[in-house]
Design a protein. Structure first.
Length: 389
């Protein structure tokens, strides 16, 4: 009998992990002489891996409290489609990847139906919204976390949590050469390249990209700029990015590229919106500045609730300010240039950050090395175990 497995991811990084997970599940089930069908929320990569997409992740990727409110009618409609699919097809297990705005609500429905729920990639409840721990205890059967410090945080609060390792820490460096990357993206390999990563969600990009481009225009020197596009962006959203570049990047050579990791690997330094991309940049060893901006109301609420000293995950892991954080009013073109320029030039600031990032990589790799198998393989094994229970 073919098992039915529900998998849901709502943004670029989670969708990437979701695609890897579907592939790993197919392989592990085949080794056991079994098979499964997969359905849920995802994007092109998850669909290509074998997921039947009920709701497209790009339709749900909004950001912040006030942003969610503005999109509520559409979000509600898509959410009801997901719930209906779960009720009608009753999966043997559900895997929810990050995206707590939707997934905590979905977990409640899954729990009500008696479906085991795995939450992979913990929301930052240890930073704010600690009150949601009671929701995790009630509705999540297994919390699978990607940072070592998260497991004891949850276990101390009565949650069945397991550190599985960070999927990005297991990836080898991109193999594409600088010349190949230049050829593919109409770049001059002899020039220095600067990465511009404004986020993966359309709202993030609209909020962050104009100021980042303004900073790019103020840098002293001759640079070309790499702007990776998230795979979860649809054609209309990609066109909007192009229009933003045309409107705010006049005179700059800005190339829209498909591979963010390759861009970070070959860039001299980068401006990175807070999120998974900061961990990617750190693991690759690319010096960068973190930027972050939400609506004034979202920020005011978050500021009252956040209990950690840093916003960037890399600084939280390092337990100190390794990379500059330009948050809200500090996120200006002038501040970006002030912090980024020293990282581009050879000298003490660049050397110091490179050393700090190397230490951070060792810390993440060491934590993952203690685990048996890769992170995605462990998640797949736990999923199959719960599905069979």
């Amino acid at each position: 009998m073919t098992q039915k497995i529900f998998i849901s991811a709502g943004e670029a990084s989670g969708e990437h992990y979701g695609a890897l997970l579907v592939t790993a599940l197919v392989k592990q089930l085949a080794a056991e002489g079994a098979e499964a069908s997969f359905y849920g929320m995802g994007g092109a990569r998850m669909q290509a891996a074998g997921l039947e997409v009920v709701v497209r992740s790009e339709e749900m990727a909004v950001m912040g409290l006030t942003e969610v409110v503005r999109h509520l009618p559409h979000i509600y409609s898509e959410f009801q489609r997901l719930k209906q699919a779960v009720r009608e097809r009753r999966p043997s297990v559900a895997v929810l990847i990050d995206f707590p705005e939707i997934h905590f609500r979905l977990a409640k429905e899954l729990h009500r139906l008696g479906i085991p729920v795995i939450f992979f990639v913990s929301p930052q409840l240890w930073a704010w919204k600690k009150g949601r721990i009671k929701l995790v205890r009630k509705y999540i059967d297994k919390m699978l976390v990607i940072f070592p410090f998260e497991e004891p945080f949850y276990r101390e609060r009565g949650v069945q949590a397991e550190f599985v390792g960070h999927p990005l820490a297991e990836l080898p460096l991109p193999t594409i050469t600088r010349q190949e990357f230049a050829s593919q993206n109409r770049l001059n390999a002899a020039q220095q390249w600067i990465g511009l990563l404004p986020g993966s969600r359309p709202k993030e990009i609209r909020d962050n990209l104009p100021e980042i481009l303004r900073a790019a225009g103020q840098l002293t020197g001759s640079y070309q700029f790499l702007l990776p596009l998230a795979p979860t962006l649809n054609p209309a959203q990609r066109e909007e990015v192009k229009q933003l570049v045309a409107a705010h990047g006049g005179g700059l050579t800005v190339r829209l590229v498909e591979d963010a990791r390759a861009a970070l690997h070959h860039a001299r330094a980068s401006v990175v919106a807070s999120g998974t991309a900061t961990v990617e940049a750190a693991l690759i060893g690319n010096p960068f500045v973190v930027v972050y901006r939400v609506s004034a109301l979202t920020y005011a609420i978050a500021k009252r609730m956040v209990t950690v000293p840093h916003v960037a995950m890399v600084n939280l892991i390092a337990e100190k300010r390794v990379v500059p954080e330009l948050i809200q009013s500090e996120f200006t073109a002038e501040k970006i240039v002030e912090n980024l320029a020293p990282m581009i030039l050879d000298g003490a600031p660049r050397k110091s950050m490179m050393q700090e990032l190397a230490q951070l990589r060792k810390r993440l790799h060491a934590g993952c090395a203690e685990q048996t198998g890769g992170a995605i393989e462990r998640v797949a094994a736990i999923t199959i175990e719960l599905s069979n229970s």
